[in-house]
Unconditional design. Sequence first.
Length: 269
Amino acid sequence: MYEKLDVSAHGIKGPSAWFSAAELPRVILEVASLAYTWPLLSTAPCGDRHPVLVLPGFTAGDESTLLLRRFLSRLKYRALPWQLGQNTGSFELRDALIEHFDRITRTLDCKLSIVGQSLGGIYARQLAQLFPNRIRQIITLGSPFASKGPESTNPLVAKLFRYMSGMSENDMREQVLNYAKNPPPVPSTAIYTKSDGVVHWRSCLEFAGEQAENVEIIGSHSGMAVNPVVLNVIADRLAQPEGNWRPFKRNKGIRAWIYPTPVRKTSMS
């Protein structure tokens, strides 16, 4: 079951100042918890060796997804870095990603999956619109694709994004968010946290359907790629046979104690 939310009745503002201030301490705790739970995560289902492209968030690079890619490699996936340096969010970088994706997928003999953190998840949704026949599924980690503008982001982060990307607010709305909010033509899982300190959690929600879902976790925004609870969801989603996608079973076993009831959007506004 879902908690229902009519998004048309809520103005999506920025995240709580308290959650923003607590981002760094929570990331440190999530890294520490990963060290303790790493042996337990070895029981996660192994994959079928299909490739998984991992896209970093804003201001980050491949070093930020190193542990996630090691985890995927451990589960027998071909974990691919994005290899484009720091994610500045610029038009040029987005175009380079499209060219890079086109180039690497032409050499593959199967579809790949994409895991994108924050801005990386927005890019994943854009790639799914452009190359649906080459993508098996996408998983977004705290990606504000449902945002209508920078007002749903921490003000300091929004200002830094405009500076580093070279985009105006209108550019951000028209060139990034308008495109990313369209439902992906491939199976998609949107992982979000209500205690997100960088973007408002409502901006990370998908309209759940036959091949789309929301999964809520408890944690920070920046630490999702090292959060053991998130890694468990990613492993579960990627292990599904191609063409047989099913929603995440949060009531299975002890999951009901770990994963909150996710929100289901009830309006397209």
